[in-house]
Design a protein around this ligand. Sequence first.
Ligand code: NAG
Ligand code: NAG
Length: 346
Amino acid sequence: MGWAVFMQKSPSSRTLLISVGFFLIVVCPMNSVKEQLPCLSSTYTPATPTKCIHTQVDIDRFTKTKAFSRLLTFVILLNASVTQKPNSYPCHVSQQTQRVLDMLDTLDSWLAEFPPLGNPQRFGNKAFRQWLNKVESNADTIMQTTLPSSMHAAIPELSVYLTGSFGNGTRIDYGSGHELNFLAWLGGVAMLGGFTEQDYEAIVLKIFVKYLELARKIQRTYTLEPAGSHGVWGLDDHQFLPYIWGSAQMIGHPRLKPKSILNKDTIEAMANENMYFRCIQYIHQVKRGPFHEHSPMLFDISAVLTWNKVNTGMVKMYIAEVLKKVPVVQHFLFGHLFPFEPLDNQ
Ligand SMILES: *[C@@H]1O[C@H](CO)[C@@H](O)[C@H](O)[C@H]1NC(C)=O
Ligand SMILES: *[C@@H]1O[C@H](CO)[C@@H](O)[C@H](O)[C@H]1NC(C)=O
C-alpha cells in the first residue's frame, strides 16, 4: 500500500507505475476518531502495559480498540490545532508544556556524556545503549520533576512510552514505532489532565518540534538504523507524524504548493517554520544523490495538487503503514491509558 491514497486525481502516471507494488484500498476506520480524548484523571488505576499484537489477526482487533481510537483521535485533534500555523505561531505555553520542554533539554544534555565510540561502526554506534540506559534508569525521577504529583501513580506506565520514544537499544534502530511511543506519552499526559486542548498547538509546534530535533541528533550521533523501513520505497527512514502535521500547517498557503518541496531555496526558507519542509531539509542533509532517486515517494507526492490532499493522504497512509503494520505496532504496549479493549460505540 502506501500512496494509493494520494492517487485519486494525481495527473502523474509515473507515480502509478512506480507505486504498483503498494496498491491496496484503504478502509479508513475514521469512525474511531472522537471529538476529544477521554479524561482519566479521576479514574486512573496503575497498570503494567503488555504486548497484545503478535500477528496480522491482532491488527483487525486493534483497529476496534480504545487504544487505536485514542491514538488516532489525538493525531487528528493535533492536526486540526496546527492547521495554517507556522512553528513560530504565538501559541500558549503552559507551565506543564515548559516542564516537558525542559525535560527534553535534559535528555539532550546527556548525549554529551556518551560520545560515539571511536571504533567506527557503519551503523549502530553502541554508545547509544549507554545513553538509553541512563534515560531508562532516570525515567521515573525525571518524570517526578516534570509531572504534577497527582500524576505520579501513572509514571510506571508512562515510563514505557517515554523510554520507547528514542529508539531500540538492542537493535540500535529508530522508526515510526518509536515516534508513536512519544505520541502515546504525550496523549497519556493529556488524558491524565496534564494538557488541555489549549495546549494542543504547543504540543506540536513546541514539544514535538523539539522532540524531532532531539531524535535527529540521536540518529546522527549514533547512526541509528531505520527501523521497519521499506528502504527507498518508504516515505522516510525515520519519521511520519511531521508529514501529517507539516502538511496541515501548509493548507491554504497563498504561494507554496506541494511541489515547492523540490526547490532548494524554498526548503531553506521554510525549514524553521514548517515541519514538512524541515523533514525534506534533513533528508538533503543526510542523503546523497538526486532527490527522486533516494526519496521517490516524497518526490511523487510533490505532484499532488493541494496540501489538503497531501494531508488527507498522509493520515490514511499513517493508518495503513504505521498503525496497521505488525512489524511496527507489535512493539507497542497496552495498559490503562491505551487499553486493548473494544471501543464501546455509544
Ligand atoms: C486536519 O485539520 C484541518 C483543519 O481542521 C482539516 O481541514 C483537515 O481535513 C484535517 N485532516 C484530516 C486528515 O483530518
Ligand atoms: C528491541 O529489539 C529487540 C530485538 O528485536 C526486541 O526483542 C525488543 O522487544 C525491542 N524492545 C522494544 C522496547 O521494543
